[in-house]
Ligand binder design. Structure first.
Ligand code: ZN
Length: 100
């Protein structure tokens, strides 16, 4: 590999990294948002619950939903979704991440 080719490859990699960082800042996403809901990005626990938003009334929910809420699989997140509403919560370390 000649020197010129090496410089081109290096600058391409640097440009790509800069673009990714800009995307994270502009779209306000944290690297944790890239994680799915099957594993906690902090403690690696698989005991992860998913938030759900909208009306939740324990008196009128069906038994499946109630059981999932009690197990921590589903977490009532309230009626309103805003930009900071998390999607997942770790039931072991309480870390919250993800976006709706
Ligand atoms: Zn955790």
């Amino acid at each position: 590999m000649n020197k010129k080719k090496g410089i081109v490859i290096t600058s391409t990699i640097i440009t790509t990294i800069i673009l990714i960082v800009i995307c994270f800042i502009v779209f306000n996403i944290s690297p944790y948002d890239l994680y799915g809901g099957d594993r906690c990005p902090k403690c690696k626990s698989t005991n992860v619950g998913t938030f759900f938003y909208g009306e939740y009334d324990p008196e009128f929910e069906d038994s499946i939903t109630l059981a999932k809420v009690e197990e921590g699989v589903l977490i009532p997140g309230g009626c309103v979704i805003d930009d900071d509403s998390p999607k997942y919560r770790c039931n072991d370390c309480s870390f919250m991440w993800g976006k709706y």
